[in-house]
Ligand binder design. Structure first.
Ligand code: ING
Length: 301
């Protein structure tokens, strides 16, 4: 059973004016630090290449499309794949994807340690709204700019480990983890961009925001006996604060690494994937214990 060192490359803010080149340079610096600490797979945040642009109401298609990648790797992202291959480090990161057919997704990819893309995921749970909402202090227009993912919740056997991906709001839904857990997942990688103030101006504080994020990932890990790596893009983007709180959670639900800042910050944990087997063969032996004849409401309503 595989054991390897997993890194979480939390990123500080990406300003709207920041170039892909500047941002990729920061990602490469985090990759170098990860290599120095023996990391063999590194996870970056959701929409790692741009600012969290769904906070802006836009009507001009070209303005929106400027935030999207039409090829992956493309000229600006190729250095990430080349350096990862040299370092023999698998990588996962999120970005806005525009397909050749002109469809728009909030996407993440996963590579093997030779820099080959082995998996792609498109965000399924899109929070927010699609039209300008005057009630909100700031917009959250993911339903305007992205389609719901059309790839389901796949897993891939990569470097000897069963891996799956999710993105941001997906981490709050138990269905995400169970769909992956039913496929034997041992490592769930997800990035997030979570506003640290609620756009409905509620009093819900940062502490509560961090608690709910961590609670969701600890529950998902424990209830499916899998590692979960949740990595933030954090800090203030053009005046809008995003929370940090990046963590690595083990299959028993314990947080084994946690970011302290809201900046570029690498967290690292040595993951022994044999630890997943115990839960999957005892308390969460799905074949022995689940009673699916009573669960249909979950998919019918
Ligand atoms: N962001 C947020 C998230 O799910 C959100 C949306 C914010 C939900 C605050 C609940 C509370 O973490 C994204 N990008 O999904």
């Amino acid at each position: 059973m595989a054991e390897f060192v997993v890194g979480g490359a939390q990123m500080g803010p990406n300003q709207k004016a920041d170039s892909r080149k500047m941002i990729v340079a920061r990602m490469l610096a985090l990759m170098e630090e990860a290599a120095g600490r023996g990391v063999e797979l590194v996870v970056y945040p959701e929409l790692a290449l741009t600012t969290f642009f769904p906070r802006w109401y836009m009507e001009n298609e070209a303005e929106v499309d400027a935030f999207f990648e039409t090829e992956m790797p493309g000229p600006e992202t190729a250095p990430l794949f080349e350096r990862a291959r040299e370092l023999r480090m698998a990588i996962s990161f999120g970005y806005a994807e525009k397909t050749p057919e002109g469809r728009h997704f909030n996407t993440s990819i996963l590579t093997d340690r030779a820099g080959n893309i082995v998996g792609k995921y498109r965000k399924i749970h899109l929070p927010g709204h699609s039209e300008y909402d005057t009630e909100r202090a700031f917009q959250h227009l993911e339903k305007r700019y992205f389609e719901p993912g059309d790839l389901g919740f796949p897993v891939w056997r990569n470097e000897g480990v069963i891996m799956g991906m999710a993105i941001c709001n997906d981490r709050r839904w138990p269905e995400t983890y169970r769909c992956l857990g039913l496929q034997g997942v041992e490592l769930v990688m997800l990035g997030y961009n979570t506003p640290s103030v609620n756009s409905q101006m509620s009093a819900e504080g940062l502490k509560e925001r961090l608690f709910h994020s961590e609670l969701s990932m600890q529950a998902g890990a424990y209830q499916n006996s899998t590692y979960v790596v949740g990595i933030a893009k954090a800090g203030v983007e053009d005046g809008h604060p995003l929370m940090g709180g990046s963590i690595i959670v083990d299959p028993d639900g314990f947080v084994v690494a946690r970011a302290e800042s809201e900046e570029d910050e690498l967290i690292v944990a040595s993951c022994d994937f044999a630890k997943c087997a115990f839960g999957k063969s005892t308390i969460f032996d799905f074949a022995r214990h689940r009673r699916i004849e009573h669960y249909q409401r979950i998919t019918e309503q």
